[in-house]
Design a protein around this ligand. Structure first.
Ligand code: SIN
Ligand code: FE2
Length: 216
């Protein structure tokens, strides 16, 4: 049973260790959200979230875009990082300082000093959307952690092991939570269950996830 599902809104939830170097930092992003919203709007205008296709021909249920020097993309030819948006041919929007300071303080709080993300994948979920079990492994080296910020409506995050078949932990990610995984946990499989119907005062019926990575 996931006790988090029954925690009243006004009681701060405890951080959740997911592994030796993996943790959910509850509410760490809350003080940063208001300041980053105008930047998020600008990014969505310049590089609107879109549904990409996997190499297997599956249309992803999340809509995604990127900011930073490199952006993660997928199409029939494969998954890769690209310095331009395939839809416009332009560079991805720059990684705003508001995003960077959030990413760095989350990495610091999880014990990863000197995090220098050059890529921020932005996933937009609506109810029913999810992400199937995968590893983040298109980055050039795995020394740097993954920093993953949740905003908007909640989602159940599945955090598995190093083998696809390993049993996954389930943890509810709410507005302002930040998951960080690195070191021996860097290549653990993870997924997001299809979201339930909900609305959030700032984001409406949507969840925005920012995934910061050192990709290049
Ligand atoms: C992902 O791993 O690609 C998404 C993680 C999330 O949305 O929380
Ligand atoms: Fe991922």
């Amino acid at each position: 049973m996931n006790l988090d599902l029954f925690a009243p809104d006004d009681i701060p939830l405890l951080d959740v260790p997911l592994g030796p170097r993996a943790v959910v930092l509850r509410g760490l992003a809350l003080p940063y959200v208001e300041a980053l919203l105008p930047d998020l709007d600008r990014i969505f205008t310049a590089a609107p979230p879109r549904h990409m296709v996997t190499p297997g021909g599956f249309r992803m249920s999340v809509a995604l875009t990127n900011c930073g020097a490199l952006g993660w993309t997928t199409d029939r030819r494969g998954y890769r990082y690209s310095d331009t948006d395939p839809q416009t041919g332009q560079c991805w929007p720059a990684l705003p300082d508001t995003f960077l300071s959030l990413a760095r303080s989350a990495a610091d709080a999880a014990g990863f000093s000197d995090f220098q993300p050059d890529a921020c994948l932005i996933n937009r979920y609506v109810p029913g959307a999810g992400v199937s079990l995968h590893q983040d492994k298109n980055e050039r080296n795995f020394d740097a952690p993954i920093v993953s910020v949740s905003m908007g409506i909640p989602a159940v995050f599945l955090f598995g092991g190093l083998q696809r078949s390993d049993r996954a932990q389930r943890v509810l990610l709410q507005h302002g939570d930040v998951a960080v995984w690195g070191g021996p946990d860097r290549l653990r499989y993870h997924a997001v269950s299809p979201l339930k119907d909900a609305t959030h005062p700032l984001f409406g019926a949507a969840r925005i996830n920012l995934t910061f990575r050192q990709a290049g």
